[in-house]
Design a protein around this ligand. Structure first.
Ligand SMILES: Cc1cc2nc3c(=O)[nH]c(=O)nc-3n(C[C@H](O)[C@H](O)[C@H](O)COP(=O)(O)OP(=O)(O)OC[C@H]3O[C@@H](n4cnc5c(N)ncnc54)[C@H](O)[C@@H]3O)c2cc1C
Length: 493
């Protein structure tokens, strides 16, 4: 039982740390969050420069039901903290010979598929119906389980649904069976690139992402994605959580297989429990003494880590033509780029990339008449920085932007900041500079992921994009909440 107000140190103020802190404080725990950076948001924090406000990481607000449910759990709504706008069209994909614009209305999407590949909407209708089932079963049943042990899944109702979840076939294979057109195949495969593995290695279970995309839609919080983190931070403060920024945790103190506290700025602070949302590898290998680690170096070296990213935050001195809020540049060979990331592990020779222009929707993120442009190129995690390759890739990006907008843009860049692999390592203690955590392959799903609870140190819990249910804002948020619930249950036992 919580006889006194038990104290918990949460490491990290990203979305999973915020979610965990809110749940713990809501249940009466005394919560202190320690964050190495200057504000909340983690990989999703924002910065302002020269009149531009850039979201540093996430830009796709998908699965709005998950965020709404989260705030509802604490008697609030997302609308208490920010205003959501549904984007229509949702986004466009730019191929070498055409653009495919994905509308918000699914019936228009069915028509679009038929125009490109006659009859393909029949497959798409069945595919979306199946992905709805996977989304509902997945989000209501599977992802909310702590997944400490496979026995949690030994329930006939759940087992029956496991067979309908398409765990044993890959998403790529499922899509290839029904769609011949390579560009439409890429339209359906792209959402799982967010989950960190090749579509060929991602179980077809994750077509639930296509339901999120085509049915639940692409949303944008007015003011930027940072509004989500500001909202969660405000809710945490309302619940009494104390935040310590610029406070990197140096060590987790353990005595007789029980957590004692943490060391920050050279000082040991005592806590009844610790919940770490820093990259799992960092917590294990840098914050715990060797005898308290659960996973060996070779375990980590054998994990499929999600890609890192080369990002440019660009301010342009004029508005850009012919582009949308979200633009996927699949003008070159996507399969070759995927192979450069996962197989050859080299800097991509002619990469596809993603361009987000929030100033098209939101005038508050750029000075009047200027454009806020975020460009992301997925690159292999752990790759050695190469100024030559980065400058070649940057040139290619500007060339493509000029081709697609019909504007001369090279000299119109009024602000430029780069973020790359080494920055991810430095900024977030990220393993191999990964951007999105641990990939959702079959053997890194559910109880096969690193555990939410330490196997033999009492009072030590984990959450975030390395743990169950996986990468992305909605899963990381759920991860924080279920890890906190596990901690609460065990403290109350
Ligand atoms: C470029 C990019 C684009 C993305 N795009 C999307 C998107 O569009 N939509 C989407 O849903 N998801 C997206 N994601 C994924 C999503 O942002 C992440 O999955 C999610 O934010 C991870 O949250 P987290 O809490 O697990 O980790 P983090 O946000 O990394 O939080 C962990 C925190 O721990 C802190 N920390 C680390 N070590 C210590 C220490 N020793 N002491 C104290 N603090 C420490 C870090 O500074 C960090 O703030 C994107 C990610 C990136 C990087």
């Amino acid at each position: 039982m919580i006889s006194k107000q038990s104290s918990v140190a949460v490491i990290g103020a990203g979305i999973s740390g915020l979610a965990a802190a809110i749940e713990l404080a809501h249940q009466g725990f005394k919560v202190d969050v320690f964050e190495k950076n200057e504000c909340a948001g983690g990989r999703g924090r924002a910065f302002e420069e020269s009149g531009f406000r850039f979201d540093m990481g996430p830009s796709w607000y998908w699965m709005p039901d998950v965020f709404e449910q989260f705030f509802n759990d604490y008697g609030k709504s997302t609308s208490d903290y920010f205003k959501l706008i549904r984007l229509d069209p949702s986004y466009q994909i730019i191929f070498h010979d055409k653009r495919i614009v994905i509308p918000a209305d699914i019936n228009q999407t069915f028509d679009l598929f038929d125009q490109i590949e006659p009859g393909s909407s029949a497959f798409l209708k069945k595919f979306i119906a199946d992905s709805k089932y996977k989304y509902e079963a997945g989000m209501n049943e599977f992802v909310r389980k702590p997944s400490i042990h496979f026995k949690e899944y030994l329930d006939w109702r759940l087992l029956k649904s496991v067979f309908k979840m398409d765990l044993l076939t890959s998403l790529q294979r499922l899509i290839s069976r029904g769609i011949k057109n390579e560009q439409l195949r890429q339209c359906l495969c792209f959402p799982v690139l967010f989950l960190g593995a090749k579509p060929a290695d991602t179980p077809a279970l994750y077509s639930l992402m296509n339901y999120a995309d085509y049915i639940l839609g692409t949303w944008y919080p007015e003011g930027g994605l940072t509004k989500l983190f500001e909202g969660m931070h405000a809710l945490a403060v309302e619940k009494g959580v104390s935040f310590h920024f610029n406070a990197p945790v140096e060590h987790i103190a353990v005595e007789d297989k029980k957590v004692k506290g943490i060391k920050v700025h050279g000082e040991v602070k005592l806590f009844d429990a610790v919940l770490s949302t820093a990259d799992y590898h960092h917590t294990e290998s840098k914050l715990l003494d060797k005898q308290n680690r659960q996973y060996s170096d070779s375990y980590w070296q054998n994990r499929v880590v999600a890609p890192s990213a080369l990002i440019y935050y660009l301010g342009f001195g004029e508005r850009l033509e012919n582009l949308m809020h979200h633009n996927l540049f699949f003008h070159s060979d996507l399969n070759k780029h995927i192979s450069d990331i996962y197989d050859r592990k080299v800097w991509p020779s002619d990469p596809c990339f993603y361009v987000c222009i929030p100033s098209i929707t939101d005038p508050t993120v750029a000075p009047e008449g200027k454009e806020n442009v975020f460009v992301l190129v997925p690159v292999t995690a752990g790759i050695v920085e190469s100024e030559t390759d980065k400058s070649r890739i940057y040139d290619g990006i500007i060339n493509q932007l000029e081709i697609q907008t019909g504007q001369k843009l090279r000299d119109k860049v009024v602000y430029k900041k780069e973020m790359s692999v080494a920055d991810f390592e430095r900024e977030y203690n990220s393993f191999k500079g990964n951007a999105y955590g641990l990939a959702n392959t079959l053997f890194q799903t559910a109880f096969l992921k690193p555990k939410l609870k330490h196997k033999f140190v009492n009072g030590l819990y984990y959450a975030g994009q390395f743990a169950h249910p996986g990468p992305g804002l909605p899963p990381s948020l759920i991860s924080g909440q279920i890890s906190a619930k596990l901690l609460i249950k065990e403290f109350n036992a």
